[in-house]
Design a protein around this ligand. Structure first.
Ligand code: ADP
Ligand code: MG
Length: 294
């Protein structure tokens, strides 16, 4: 067995928000979370509103510190009793980028290329290197043609790709997308999802994708479901989505393809509802219809 240290490791992590009234502490919103994420993995994080997904994302990015438990990022214990220096905090934040839901809140400059340069400028990187990173990042997200444009004239999907370019110009090892497709139209979602898959498959960036869209989640290597502050399911998309009942018990959806195949299976048709590939399902159904007598 290989002794790989996971890139992100949470051990017995609890988190409670501070109460306005100090005499009444708020109950923990994350309860005994144990989670390891290997470098280069694409993880989808699912769960209802209020289940603790964004809190978990903020813990990983050192925006919040756990109330209890240990978090290690790239081998560094960020919850060690001796406080981290400012440089160490900075270093962890730089390793883990975050892209949020509303693209309009993430764009700071009036020209696309200046916006993308903002992050690396803050890191104190020299101008020639910034120039290169900005060009590469815009190329990666397919927005080079827009570098002199104003971000405000762009579509939602394009704005989100600019926000992503701004993050990748800082060369993070992991990017957390906190419902970054939720406000986009179907075309915009697709653009952003294609970009996310490319960052993972071609650049090896670790991805944590928080989403309510199960058809996006099936693109991941691993699906983690969090419910009421605890890890409720954790497995490959095939493992998680084939347990339709367990997901429905907590009111979560399944991907469209699973939905259809599961219904047909329930009607007694000999179909495999654990198959997530739409093309294979369509072929299986066509085959079944061909065989059907009459
Ligand atoms: N700043 C805060 N103060 C107090 N409670 C909060 C705060 N932010 C979130 N919460 C509560 O923590 C729980 C988890 O929230 P959150 O992590 O945002 O969930 P999700 O991202 O899954 O919707 C919810 O019950 C929410 O109301
Ligand atoms: Mg959230």
């Amino acid at each position: 067995m290989s002794e790989k240290t996971p890139f992100i490791k949470l051990e017995n992590v609890f988190y409670s928000y501070e109460s306005d009234d100090e005499t009444v502490p708020l109950p923990p919103v994350l309860k005994n979370i144990n989670l390891e994420i290997e470098k280069g993995t694409f993880v989808a994080l699912l769960g209802h509103n209020g289940s603790g997904k964004s809190t978990l994302a903020k813990l990983i990015n050192l925006i919040l510190l756990p109330t209890e438990g240990r978090i290690t990022i790239d081998g560094k214990d960020i919850t060690a009793s001796e406080a981290l220096t400012e440089d160490e905090v900075y270093d962890v934040r730089r390793k883990i980028g975050m892209v949020f839901q509303n693209p309009d809140n993430q764009l700071v400059a009036t020209v696309v290329e200046e916006d993308v340069a903002f992050g690396p400028e803050n890191l104190g990187i020299e101008p020639s290197e910034i120039r290169k990173r900005v060009d590469d990042a815009l190329e990666t997200v397919g927005m080079s043609a827009y570098k002199k444009h104003s971000p405000h004239q762009l579509s939602g999907g394009q704005k989100q790709r600019i926000a992503i370019a701004g993050i990748i110009a800082m060369m993070p090892e992991c990017i957390v997308f906190d419902e970054s497709t939720a406000m986009l139209d179907p075309g915009g979602r697709k653009e952003v999802m294609n970009t996310i898959e490319k960052l993972n498959r071609e650049m090896g960036i670790t991805i944590i994708l928080i989403t309510h869209n199960m058809d996006e989640a099936i693109k991941a290597d691993r699906v983690v479901v969090i419910n009421d502050g605890v890890i409720y399911m954790d497995g490959t998309p095939k493992e998680v989505f084939s347990d339709v009942q367990r997901l429905r018990t907590v009111g979560l959806d399944v991907p469209q393809v699973t939905e259809v195949m599961y219904e047909l299976h329930g009607m007694g048709m000999p179909v495999d509802y654990t198959e997530l590939d739409e093309k294979k399902c369509a072929d299986a159904l066509a085959e079944l219809l061909r065989k059907k007598p009459g």
